[in-house]
Design a protein around this ligand. Sequence first.
Ligand code: ATR
Length: 283
Amino acid sequence: MSDDTKMVVGQRKYAVFGNPIKQSRSPFIHAEFAKQTGISLQYRAIRVELDDFDRSVTDFFKAGGSGLNVTVPFKEQAYQLASRHSARAVRAKACNTLKPDGDGVYGDNTDGIGLIRDMVANHGWNLRGARVLLLGAGGAARGVMEPLLRESPECLVVANRTLAKAETLAQEFADLGKVWARGLTDLSAELAFDVIINATSAGLKGETPDLPDSLLGDRCCCYDMVYGAEPTAFMRWAAENAAWAVSDGLGMLVEQAAESFYIWHQERPDTASVINHLRGSLA
Ligand code: ATR
């Protein structure tokens, strides 16, 4: 789109809906992407009441909104609300990115590709042929299953406190590769892994799954999908047990935002500068 057209169209409106939402970095990230690409937009973080999600989305798009991100706890509801979905959203059964689609709403999910881009492109980790352990079987784990399996790991073990949930996930994605389910406490006799990803919400409560250090293979890379000013308990466990590389989920946050930005604007922003800037502001 030319600059002239942008001026005629005016400032397009975007937002992230969540509850809570105060902590959201998405307005900052999208403002940085907009600066880089010269796109004129407004992006706000909006706290939506728990029983008011569908109406809020409909009203936002009726009022001319061009795109929405959706975060906790509305991603599954966003999936239900969307009238058309990307294939990866269908697999995740959750949407974090919405845009108007005729009379309806198109829903996508960029979380998984965000994780893969951060691990593979930013950190240079190898997933092809790797033995991967995914901790957790909730919404966060489900959202990354398909993109992880598309990287052709040797195997993907889903380990969860509640075994039945891991089994459900493993069955659902069995067509995409070798996926096994384990209970968290059954991991001690397990093989060692090349990549371990923490998708549990334990860290948010200051807890960490009790994991044996034998899980860490040679040059094991450990990724926590959450981030904060301090390393999480999982990251500390990995570092104390001589993991080869350890990362939090800040890069995933920026990469999923970049993919949403691409869906809305068909332009790929530079993510490294934004990750660095955010990293500095966390310290
Ligand atoms: P999210 O959308 O963040 O994935 P969720 O769907 O509520 O949230 O899932 C939370 C995940 O963290 C689950 O896998 C949960 O395990 P259970 O299915 O057994 O509940 C896991 N989890 C939460 N607290 C945990 C803890 N202290 N130790 C281990 N796993 C934990």
